[in-house]
Design a protein. Structure first.
Length: 255
């Protein structure tokens, strides 16, 4: 009875947090649309506004997200900007992901990678490898995802992009998790945690704690699992990170 009551409260809290997240996104989109109305010139600034609107819509209305990605692409072609072109393909990709149209997303990411190679821009290459790896991961192609994330991690470290490198490490850990290689998954989660602590990246510290908790949950070590979930939860609350809190409560509610 107590367990069912706890889970019921968790689901209510998750729903409330999700509604807050949606409301926050809607306010952000409204503000961006006001900026858009004030900026008539077809330039990088307007493309940036389109980019932010498209990215924001991926959660609530990816069809509209695709429309704004197309507007960003139009300016990219007009200005002959490889950076904007790359960003546009990334926007198409992420919105297709949220529509569960993974093949279309992959096609867009492949176009983006061609642009990144032509530009000889290692940051764009690493970013694209990371997002492409996600497609393979959710498609059950975890070995392929691991190869791409490893490349992304090495490039990000080479460029000194530590936060992005941590994200790649967490993704490597997640793919080992899906392969049921929990020892290797934990190895990469702790590696991500160490890097995050080094630069005091609270968001990634919380993510690492959450991932480690999932490992201990899976191997049925409830004491350690609860310990790391609580550490993650504490940081997400400090950051007022609604999406992070939703993830923790979703997983912790079933502990």
């Amino acid at each position: 009875m107590v367990i069912h009551l706890f889970m019921k409260k968790s689901y209510i809290l998750i729903l409330l947090l999700f509604n807050c997240c949606v409301y926050s996104q809607e306010k952000k989109i409204d503000s961006l649309k006001n900026l858009l109305r004030q900026h008539a010139k077809e330039d990088t600034i307007k493309a940036g506004i389109y980019k932010n609107i498209s990215s924001s819509y991926r959660l609530t209305n990816p069809d509209l997200g695709l429309l704004y990605a197309d507007s960003c692409l139009s300016i990219a072609n007009k200005l002959k900007s490889n950076k904007l072109l790359f960003n546009s393909y990334q926007l198409f990709g992420i919105n297709y992901v949220f529509k569960a149209e993974n093949e279309k997303a992959l096609a867009m990411y492949k176009k983006g990678y061609v642009v990144a190679l032509q530009s000889k821009d290692k940051y764009m290459q690493a970013t694209n490898l990371h997002t492409t790896a996600y497609i393979y991961s959710i498609s059950g192609k975890n070995r392929e995802a691991l190869a791409l994330e490893t490349k992304s991690y090495k490039l990000m470290m080479e460029l000194g992009k530590i936060s992005e490198a941590i994200a790649a490490l967490n993704s490597v850990g997640s793919n080992y998790f899906y392969l049921a290689d929990y020892k290797e998954a934990n190895k990469y989660y702790f590696k991500a945690l160490k890097l995050a602590e080094k630069i005091n990246d609270k968001k990634h510290i919380a993510t690492a704690y959450e991932n480690i908790a999932l490992i201990y949950k899976r191997i049925e070590n409830s004491k350690k699992s609860e310990f790391y979930y609580q550490k993650s939860l504490s940081i997400y609350k400090q950051l007022n990170d609604i999406s992070g809190l939703i993830n923790v409560y979703t997983n912790y509610g079933a502990l």
